[in-house]
Each structure stands twice: as structure tokens, then as C-alpha cells.
Design a protein around this ligand. Structure first.
Ligand code: NAD
Ligand code: GDD
Length: 334
């Protein structure tokens, strides 16, 4: 069923995070009334805070907080999750699995409050590891999630919660839309602290090497592993399209521009105007060897796919992280 978004009200969960913060801004631009933006973090720690929205700090692992969050909303965007890049998910599997409390209680609250639609942000980490063993692995199609052998911890929880959405739709008639995000990067995201993903981490490391004069960068793994990276604007546009669509099964939302991590470093070095000596940490968290998004389904169903070139998105991300790092230096000197 296609959705008429006029006069709809929305709640965004995980709004203090990277994607949620951008989503709130976009929904407001579209004229959708965002009645509530919710995150476990105190509002002062959110990446972006929007005016004219009720910004609430609530732990959505708790059922009563989920009811407070969704009350009166037509549309629920459930992005809240304890997560991060490989450095976080490989070392915090129990915390990642505990996201199941948030997803379960959010679905129950949405059902109880009779919301029109529920969006769930799944991940490419649901895909079977055997399909990602080679750096030249074929792009992942939606069917490649089964037989199930997802990323330990984080991926299992995502796969389980996807299926919960499916059964809430089948058994309770609740309309659920599920996107499998592939590595998303951009401005106003995490770039330091241990949860950052490769694009932001590499930008930060290149800037650090440039500013300190060390001229050296440490890369996790051997640099030959492959990924595709989706710029935030494509992620937000795709999220809107999928939420408004009649697509009842989980669908890839990712770029199909595949690069090695060494290629990623090349591009960031070019943006920075510097060449660095590379060292490789073969014991660091590395994840799968090769991952890319097969976009046949999204092209077929929506006649659209993420297309912002990595070079363009990385330039914006690099400049933003550069400004963030400079303002930290100014603040700590003051
Ligand atoms: P993020 O960490 O920046 O944002 C997630 C937000 O959820 C955080 O601000 C966090 O404080 C909040 N949160 C965590 N536990 C909560 C709880 N119990 N109650 C309320 N809020 C809670 O991450 P993001 O990159 O914006 O990701 C958003 C969603 O997309 C997540 O579900 C994530 O798993 C999924 N996803 C992201 C990527 C990516 O590359 N960024 C890839 C695949 C899937
Ligand atoms: N984070 C990070 N930091 N990764 C690095 C670094 C670094 O300094 N240097 C090299 N890498 C390598 C990692 O070892 C990994 O092989 C690759 O870059 C990508 O790492 P991440 O961006 O951290 O994660 P990912 O692509 O393996 O998985 C991410 O994307 C999924 C969706 O596609 C994670 O964010 C998952 O949580 C997410 O669901």
C-alpha cells in the first residue's frame, strides 16, 4: 500500500544519532509534523537538535518509554540502536543483542497505539558470511540473508528484528517497512571515540597525520577488503521512498560503488592533498572480506538507487570532520 504522507505525524527514534538527526530535518522540510524526536542520550549530546520538535531523552529498551514515544504518532521511524563500526560491534556483542529489547518494545507500543506505519533500519550485517568471504564477493541480493549466518551479535539481532517486523505485519496487520542499510557516512556522524566507521575514521586519521606532521596512517586489516559506502543524503532519500512504498520485504539500501579500503584511503589522501606511509594492523577488527549491495530489487521497485559518488560525499565529510577537529582544538585552548 502506497502512503499519502500529507497531514501525517512522525516520531523518530534514535534522533540524537547520525541518521536519525538528518531524518528529522528532512521530514520537517517535507512538511511532515515531527511530533517527537527520541534518544537515550541527553539532548545536549545529540549530533543535531531540531527546533519545533519535542526532543525527549528516553531509554527505549523500556516498554513504558516506548509508549510515551509513539503516543499520537502516525509514522514511527525506529532507528535507535546501540551500534557502531567494526571496532564496536566486534567487541560489544551482548550490547548489540540487547537492541532486541528496544525493537520488541517499540513494535508492541506501535501496535498498541495503532500507528499507520513502522520503519525499521536493518543492516547489511544480516547477510550470510559465506557470501562475503572473498574481496571479489558478488554483490549481496536480498535472498542472500538465508540460510542464516549473519554477523555475530549485531547481525543476528538485526535479522531477528526484521523477522519480528514481518510477523507483526502478517499476524497483526501492522504495516512495516524494512531497509537493510549498507555502510552510511556523512556529516554530523560519529568520527571519534570507538564507534566510528571506516570513512569517518580514515578522514580523522588523515587529518591527524597532516596536522601532527607524522605523515603515517594505520589501517585495520590489509586494506584489500572491499565495501560500498552510501552518502547520508542517499540514505535519507531512500528511507523516505521505502517508508512510503508498498515493499513488504526487507530491501537493500546501499551504494553499489565498491572500493577497497586502500582505495578509500587514496581518495581521502587526494582530498587532503597529502600522501602518507601506510601501516596495516592485521589483528584489528576487520569484519567480512568483501561486501557490496546488489541494487536490482530497489531499481525494479523504486526506479531509483543511491548514486552520490564516494568522492563527492567524502569531500563533504572530510571538510566537516576537519572543522569539528579544529573547533575542538580552539575549545580546549580556551
Ligand atoms: P547512531 O549510533 O549514530 O544512532 C543511533 C542512536 O540510537 C544513538 O544516538 C543512540 O544513543 C540511540 N540509542 C541507542 N540505544 C537506545 C535506546 N535504548 N533508547 C533510545 N535511543 C537509543 O547510528 P546511526 O548510524 O544513525 O544508525 C541508525 C540505525 O541504522 C541503527 O539502527 C543502525 O543499526 C542502523 N544502521 C546504520 C548503518 C550505518 O552505516 N550508519 C548501517 C546499517 C544499519
Ligand atoms: N572502523 C574502522 N576504523 N574501520 C577500519 C579502519 C579504521 O580506522 N581502518 C580500516 N578499517 C576497515 C575495517 O577493518 C573493515 O574491514 C572496513 O574498514 C569497514 O569497517 P567499518 O566501516 O567499521 O564497518 P563494516 O563496513 O565492516 O560494517 C559496518 O557497516 C554495516 C552495514 O554495512 C558497521 O557499521 C555495521 O554496524 C553496519 O551495519
Amino acid at each position: 500500500m502506497l502512503m499519502d504522507t500529507k497531514r501525517k505525524t512522525a516520531v523518530v527514534c534514535g534522533a540524537g544519532g547520525f541518521i536519525g538527526g538528518h531524518l528529522v530535518k528532512r521530514l520537517l522540510e517535507r512538511g511532515i509534523e515531527v511530533i517527537r524526536a527520541v534518544d537515550i542520550k541527553p539532548v545536549g549530546y545529540w549530533h543535531q537538535v531540531s527546533d519545533d520538535v519535542e526532543n525527549l531523552s528516553l531509554d527505549l529498551k523500556e516498554r513504558h518509554n516506548c509508549l510515551l514515544a509513539v503516543e499520537g504518532a502516525d509514522l514511527v521511524y525506529q532507528l535507535a540502536a546501540d551500534m557502531g563500526g567494526m571496532g564496536f560491534i566486534e567487541n560489544n556483542k551482548a550490547l548489540c543483542m540487547l537492541n532486541v529489547l528496544t525493537n520488541t518494545n517499540m513494535l508492541l507500543a506501535a501496535k498498541e497505539c495503532g500507528v499507520d506505519r513502522f520503519f525499521y533500519s536493518s543492516s547489511a550485517c544480516v547477510y550470510n558470511a559465506d557470501k562475503q568471504g572473498s574481496v571479489n564477493a558478488s554483490p549481496l541480493k536480498e535472498g542472500d540473508a538465508y540460510p542464516a549466518q549473519p554477523e555475530d551479535g549485531y547481525g543476528w539481532e538485526k535479522l531477528f528484528s526484521e523477522r519480528m517486523c514481518r510477523h507483526f505485519e502478517e499476524d497483526f496487520g501492522m504495516i512495516c517497512r524494512v531497509a537493510r542499510f549498507h555502510n552510511v557516512y556523512g556529516t554530523h556522524g560519529t568520527w571519534i571515540g570507538g564507534r566510528e566507521k571506516a570513512p569517518a575514521a580514515i578522514c580523522r586519521k588523515v587529518i591527524e597525520a597532516k596536522v601532527s606532521g607524522s605523515r603515517e596512517i594505520n589501517i585495520w586489516g590489509n586494506g584489500q577488503q572491499t565495501r560500498s559506502f552510501m552518502f547520508i543524503d542517499d540514505c535519507i532519500h531512500g528511507t523516505e521512498l521505502i517508508m512510503n512504498s508498498d515493499i513488504e520485504t526487507p530491501i537493500n539500501l546501499g551504494s553499489s560503488e565498491v572500493v577497497t579500503i586502500n582505495n578509500l584511503v587514496d581518495i581521502v589522501e587526494e582530498i587532503a592533498g597529502i600522501k602518507l606511509r601506510r601501516t596495516y594492523d592485521l589483528n584489528a577488527p576487520r569484519g567480512v572480506n568483501g561486501r557490496n549491495s546488489d541494487n536490482s530489487m530497489i531499481l525494479d521497485r523504486l526506479q531509483w538507487e543511491p548514486s552520490i559518488p564516494l568522492r563527492i560525499g567524502l569531500e563533504k565529510t572530510y571538510r566537516w570532520i576537519e572543522e569539528e577537529m579544529a573547533s575542538r582544538v580552539v575549545r580546549s585552548a580556551a
